[in-house]
Design a protein around this ligand. Structure first.
Ligand SMILES: [Zn+2]
Length: 339
């Protein structure tokens, strides 16, 4: 991954500017939490932040130069002071050992005499032990260390972790900006509107989905539009009990499964948001904050469903039996999916 790519994602520029200002005044945050849904380039931004701290060129305080020894090492994924942790292929969580190893490397001396940077992708996959192992590092960061975590905004990180980080929420760009960016990427004539809708407004995901739709051999963009209709119909039938779960799971597994799971994730996420908004206004009226355990069963069920969909998306990259997992999701989620 090349951090210079972050400069070509215009919706990140405001955040980049704030970080440049922080770097100039030597106030780069020790710990940052990038809250982002997939497809907004949070990984590129994290990498760019690392480069901003690690660049050794004089002008590097304003933007990583991309050419000094440190930038070159980072761009070739071999910088000794840069550490990346993410969930391993066959795992369900980030392992405590991975976290311990990371903490060790942050507490040893910097190889190049500058910053040490750690990035944790998918921080929601930290389990309680892993999160606890981090606490000391977060509370007493050693000098010149930078910890960047990336997590989904809908996911609940332990408060002990989240409250010790500078929160950096990434939001999808305005619709016109996203479309303009997608059109500038090539593939003229593509129906980017459909791809962007499917991606929930996230341009990088839309670009990926657009490419996948074309490659599916089902008429490209027509495929995405048809998929939208098919998914709506499927869920309606499922909620009404008019379709057999096994049959539906089999049909989904046979065609465009990754696109379907993405669609499902976005659909559930929208519902989580609208239920949360409804609950929030009820809370404001009561002037109390309800603990998570008292979340309405409907929202809890949707959260569980969202986790299941993410898990399925992860599985779909491996050789696990997707159809069984999909059947379980549809069966378990039937009532939460209704209306
Ligand atoms: Zn540099």
């Amino acid at each position: 991954m090349d951090f210079l790519s972050a400069d070509s994602l215009p919706w990140l520029s405001e955040t980049q500017q704030r970080l440049r200002d922080a770097r100039l005044t030597q106030r780069l945050p020790h710990s940052s939490l990038l809250l982002s849904k997939p497809g907004l380039g949070a990984e590129y931004l994290a990498n760019w932040m690392a480069a901003l701290a690690l660049c050794e060129a004089a002008e590097g305080v304003e933007r990583p130069c991309g050419a000094c020894a440190s930038c070159a090492l980072l761009r070739s994924d071999s910088h000794p002071d840069y550490h990346l942790v993410k969930i391993e292929d066959d795992a369900k969580q980030i392992k405590v050992d991975q976290v311990r190893e990371l903490i060790d490397s942050l507490t040893t001396k910097s190889y190049r005499g500058g910053y040490k940077v750690a990035v944790i992708e998918g921080a929601e996959a930290l389990n309680a032990n892993g999160a606890n192992a981090f606490l000391k590092t977060l509370e007493e960061p050693s000098a010149n260390t930078m910890l960047i975590m990336i997590a989904r905004p809908t996911h609940r990180l332990p408060a002990t972790i989240a409250s010790r980080c500078v929160r950096v929420p990434l939001r999808p760009p305005a619709h016109e900006l996203a479309i303009a960016w997608l059109e500038a990427q090539g593939n003229p004539g593509h129906n980017w509107e459909a791809a962007l809708a499917l991606a929930g407004g996230a341009p990088l995901l839309a670009a990926e989905l657009g490419a996948a739709g074309t490659g599916s051999g089902r008429g490209g963009d027509g495929g995405i539009g048809a998929l939208e209709q098919d998914m709506q119909d499927s869920l309606r039938a499922l909620a009404a009990g008019a379709v057999d779960v096994t049959v539906l799971a089999d049909a989904w597994a046979r065609s465009n499964l990754p696109l379907r799971i993405t669609w499902l994730e976005n659909w559930i996420t929208r519902r989580v948001y609208s239920h949360l908004a409804a609950q929030d206004s009820a809370q404001t009226a009561e002037r109390v904050r309800l603990p998570a355990a008292l979340l309405k069963p409907k929202i809890r069920a949707l959260f569980e469903l969202l986790d299941a969909a993410r898990e399925l998306r992860r599985l779909s990259a491996t050789s696990m039996n997707q159809q069984l997992a999909l059947e379980a999701l549809l069966l378990g989620g039937r009532s939460a999916l209704a209306n």
